[in-house]
Write a protein that binds this ligand. Structure first.
Ligand SMILES: Nc1ncnc2c1ncn2[C@@H]1O[C@H](COP(=O)(O)OP(=O)(O)OP(=O)(O)O)[C@@H](O)[C@H]1O
Length: 300
């Protein structure tokens, strides 16, 4: 049986850049795996995805996507692939979103577009979006429209590059839920520089640092080596209500609190609790933990 993705010893050198943006990276991803690719800014995540999608050639090493060289089989692969990636969009800027979906459906020969759209109705209020042109949508609505768009042809491999960036908490949660509940046969690659985002969706994580793979294993292993996470909460008054006393809370300024959470896996529970009992103006999860985690992995 073919692997969904197989990269072997890939190296990517950009001209005039002294170090390798990817340095001898190898891994295999099987059907149905949900893999998080995490790294600090500039780690090499986008470069890796571009190689997997056949947009870039590695300088050394081999890559196979659906068992084939992706650069030479881009058309074939496109039919099985759904990608949310950076600023790219497959939606037309000036026409209603639904027309873009129909266009995509006809390109990929998808017969049941309405069914596909209906499936996502239970997560997002698509009726607010479908008849508007992309240019008039908010950032969150654009991301939702894009996400549903890449799912129209029911792809087997779904690559999501920072799909929750810039989304407010409520939409972010819906986006995560909809990804989490996708059919178990779907293979998902989800990149982020925020480890917490990966927890809900992925069972495996690959950590890339300065082009090198520094960790490849289950999320559970990360739990063990993880340090406490910190969340900065800004509320509309100066009294933070939390029903559990297990959090270490530090008052920083009027309405601003730093909350220490023992386990990264407790973050979503904390977020539910804090939003239920307080009016949240802003929430920031510190990624410092990822930096420490990478450091501790390198020291092992
Ligand atoms: N076209 C390019 N030319 C030269 N260097 C590049 C090019 N694209 C990326 N790089 C370099 O390669 C390294 C990895 O970049 P890459 O965009 O893959 O990182 P990333 O992990 O996706 O970062 P981010 O989270 O900031 O998007 C960086 O040092 C970057 O400066």
């Amino acid at each position: 049986m073919n692997h969904i993705i197989q990269v072997e010893d890939i190296v990517k050198k950009y001209p005039k850049v002294e170090y390798n943006s990817l340095d001898k990276v190898s891994f295999v991803i099987e059907k149905g795996e949900r893999v998080g690719i995490v790294g600090l800014n500039g780690a090499g995540k986008s470069t890796l995805l571009k190689i997997i999608m056949g947009i870039l050639n590695p300088s050394e090493g081999t890559v196979k996507t659906f068992g084939k060289n992706p650069m030479h089989n881009r058309k074939q692969i496109a039919g099985k692939l759904g990608v949310v990636f950076g600023q790219r969009t497959q939606l037309q800027w000036d026409i209603p979103v639904i027309d873009s979906y129909e266009l995509l459906g006809s390109i990929y020969g998808t017969a049941n577009i309405d069914e596909r759209i209906n499936y996502f109705e239970k997560y997002f209020y698509l009726e607010k979006i479908l008849n508007k042109p992309v240019r008039s949508l908010s950032l969150g609505q654009k991301m939702i429209a894009e996400f549903v768009g890449i799912m129209i042809h029911d792809p087997e491999l779904i690559i999501l590059d920072e799909p929750t960036i810039g989304l407010d908490l409520e939409i972010k949660k819906k986006m995560i839920d909809s990804i989490k509940n996708l059919d178990i046969s779907k293979t998902i690659i989800f990149t982020s520089h925020i480890l917490e985002d990966i927890y809900d969706v992925c069972d495996r994580v690959i950590i890339i640092n300065k082009g090198k793979k520094v960790f490849d294993g289950s999320m559970r292993e990360i739990d063990r080596s993880s340090t406490p996470a910190k969340v900065i909460v800004t509320i509309d008054n100066d009294e933070l209500f939390l029903s559990s006393e297990s959090y270490v809370v530090r008052h920083i300024n009027y309405g601003i609190f730093e909350v220490e959470i023992n386990q990264v896996t407790e973050i979503s529970q904390f977020l539910q609790e804090v939003t239920r009992q307080n009016t949240i103006l802003n929430l920031e999860i510190k990624t410092e933990k990822l930096e420490r985690l990478i450091k501790s992995l390198q020291e092992q």
